[in-house]
Ligand binder design. Structure first.
Ligand code: SF4
Ligand code: SF4
Ligand code: SF4
Length: 360
């Protein structure tokens, strides 16, 4: 029975086929388990080792592991069920925990969070150490910018499960693949059947245009930042140093208010406002999937260098405001640019093409 599930309707390739997102294929340590074929993510779970690296890294939480819920782990850790995070204790692999959860854990517990790296060098998977380190660096970068006195620490605890857990581990391993043999987490995790939610996902496709997805890890981070009431006013992060959000600006002269960017945005971070005369942006909802930049026909949507953390949590930015007037030729409304031009770009282009054709 497969433990890993993929919800194709949450993947950004379903919103925009040529999306450049390949985070899951890049992170998966086993060749051929996750692949990108014809602009579609394909999952072949036969050789999957259930490490959950894809669960951790996917911005839209398209992957889930039966028997491991990152939010449940987060809640238990906040309730001080454990003192450290280990692949032999409470997670399938340290790579299954995203930087947003790591930041939230340190803020919630108001102390250093220790990750047990003692098994990484001997782990047969072998390739996930860099992913774990990157997530920790990102979390510590943000925690540093928040000016809190705690961080995520990597230590070689080399925790070993108590002996009484061994029998269930052995019986579990017989049932599942040979390759999960070093993942002691699964030995102590309940052997759950495929849950109803997974079945529903297979049966009922989402309306991907109307249903905007807000990942649980984002809700957790926002709730934690709000609860802690930190002074975020003058705190900034550099946008290219974080993977989970962004800040944007639009070139007013070029934007045609074509609606494409905010119609396609999978989370609702971009929005056309009530009358579709302005484009609004909420960094709190942005997952930095980049598809808005990739679809923009005018290439006029850009990343800001910095993101203010107060804006990230609380603010909506108006990126552009349009004045729409009817085109003097086709009468279709277009965005007027205060330049005395009363013909829409489409008619203008058509005029130019006709002139060129006639050699004028
Ligand atoms: S990481 Fe998630 S959103 Fe990106 S391609 Fe993979 S499944 Fe799709
Ligand atoms: S930013 Fe680009 S995609 Fe969005 S409305 Fe303007 S032109 Fe269209
Ligand atoms: S605004 Fe953010 S979440 Fe929406 S499409 Fe752009 S990068 Fe993706």
């Amino acid at each position: 029975m497969a433990r890993l599930f993929f919800d194709i309707y949450s993947c950004v390739h379903t919103y925009y086929k040529p999306s450049s997102c390949s985070r899951c294929t890049d992170v998966c340590p086993i060749d051929g388990v996750i692949s990108l074929e014809n602009d579609k993510i394909q999952l072949n779970s036969d050789n999957c080792v259930s490490c959950g690296a894809c669960v951790g890294i996917c911005p839209t939480e398209s992957f889930s592991l039966n028997g491991f819920d990152p939010k449940e782990f987060f809640d238990n850790f906040c309730d001080r069920k454990w003192d450290f995070v280990s692949c032999k204790l409470n997670v399938p692999c340290l790579a299954s925990i995203d930087s947003q959860y790591l930041i939230s854990l340190a803020l919630k517990r108001e102390e250093d969070i220790v990750l047990d790296m003692g098994h990484c060098d001997s782990c047969f998977i072998g390739k996930l150490k860099s992913r774990i380190t990157e997530a920790v660096q990102e979390a510590n970068y943000v925690l540093g910018k928040l000016e809190v006195p705690y961080e995520i620490k990597l230590e070689n605890i080399s925790y070993k499960p108590e002996k009484k857990e061994e029998p269930s581990r052995r019986s579990f391993l017989k049932k599942f693949t040979k390759t999960t043999a070093s993942l002691a987490f699964w030995a102590v995790s309940p052997n759950l059947p495929i849950n109803e939610q997974d079945q529903e996902i297979e049966q009922a496709p989402k309306n991907i245009v109307e249903e905007k997805v807000n990942p649980t890890k984002r809700k957790v981070l926002l709730d934690t930042l709000k609860e802690k009431q930190l002074d975020l006013k003058d705190k900034y992060v550099e946008v290219d140093k974080i993977t989970f959000s962004s800040q944007k600006w639009i070139e007013w002269e070029k934007c045609t208010n074509c609606f494409i960017c905010y119609n396609i945005c999978p989370t609702g971070a971009l929005d056309g406002g009530q009358d579709r005369l302005e484009i609004l942006f909420k960094p709190s909802l942005c997952i930095k999937c980049r598809i808005c930049h990739e679809v923009c026909p005018e290439q006029c949507l850009h990343l800001e260098e910095k993101l203010n953390l107060e804006d990230f949590v609380y603010k909506t930015k108006s990126l552009i405001q349009h004045v729409m007037i009817p085109c003097a030729e086709c009468m279709v409304p277009f965005s007027y640019k205060n330049d005395g031009e009363y013909i829409c770009p489409r008619c203008k282009k058509l005029d130019e093409e006709v002139k060129e054709l006639l050699g004028l």
